[in-house]
Write a protein that binds this ligand. Structure first.
Ligand code: GLN
Length: 245
């Protein structure tokens, strides 16, 4: 089966609905990207793509929407956005992206998953009530996540969180967010949120993989994106070390 670009790039049309909105990227946007800036893809099958592209610009990277396996070539890093993890997982399979993505992660591609994206990075997902749920995950991080852990859409909330490595708290937007229920020994906990059950892990890192249960892209605070860009710059990425498919 061949993968199809839609709309074909040759037409020069925007590949993500609303992409034209990025022409007004606000005061932080630097139209001339520095030579050598890392190229970071944002999986653009479902979820909040534009918001990540905007903050990647602010964080000094060149953002690129990813919809096909060809789009994965030449990336230094990838963002898996928030949205709906079951939908994104299904679309990854339909677009023949699941295998190539797993292969690149194995080869060291840095990935930043936010909310649904964080769920996709887990090795196992649980429902809100803690029972296991069968869904397509990308994997990569040795963690189990509990989906919708804080409750339904109406239980969405915002909180100021201390994140390891950041000097001031981060304002965090949680929308039907997961938490990290179990983290393996290789997983470094970077932030927890207070819950009725005690603190629960909401930001974690394993090597060049970063997971955030909240949506940093929905605020103007680029610090987690900066952190990811730093991980990308430090990593030995597939682009620097070509992968054979
Ligand atoms: N609850 C969604 C899921 O399980 C994630 C929500 C989000 O990304 N804001 O996929």
């Amino acid at each position: 089966m061949t993968t199809r670009h839609f709309p074909p790039p040759a037409l020069g049309r925007s590949r993500v609905p609303g992409e034209g909105l990025l022409d007004d990227r606000g005061p932080h946007f630097r139209p001339t990207v520095l030579a050598g800036a890392p190229r970071i893809g944002v999986l653009a099958l479902q979820g909040d793509v534009l918001e990540h592209l905007r903050l990647l610009d602010v964080a000094g990277a060149v953002g690129a929407p990813v919809q096909t396996t060809a789009d994965l070539d030449g990336l230094d890093g990838l963002v898996l956005p928030g949205g709906e993890s079951t939908t994104i997982g299904t679309l990854l399979e339909l677009h023949n992206l699941l295998g190539p993505l797993r292969q690149r992660i194995d080869a060291g591609l840095p990935v930043f998953g936010t909310c649904a994206g964080a769920i996709l990075l887990a090795r196992r997902a649980l429902r809100h009530d803690g029972t296991p749920v069968e869904q397509t995950l990308v994997g990569g991080m040795d963690m189990v996540v509990r989906r919708n852990a804080f409750g339904r859409q109406v239980a969405s909330f915002e909180a100021d969180l201390d994140v390891t490595g950041l000097t001031a708290p981060m304002h965090a937007v949680f929308i039907r967010a997961p938490w990290i229920e179990e983290a393996g020994s290789e997983v470094e906990v970077l932030a927890t949120a207070d819950t009725d059950l005690g603190p629960r892990v909401v930001v974690a890192r394993q090597g060049a993989l970063l997971a955030s249960a909240f949506h940093p892209e929905l605020t103007d605070d680029p610090r987690l994106h900066h952190l990811f860009v730093r991980l990308v710059e430090e990593a030995e990425t597939p682009r620097k070390r070509p992968v054979r498919c």
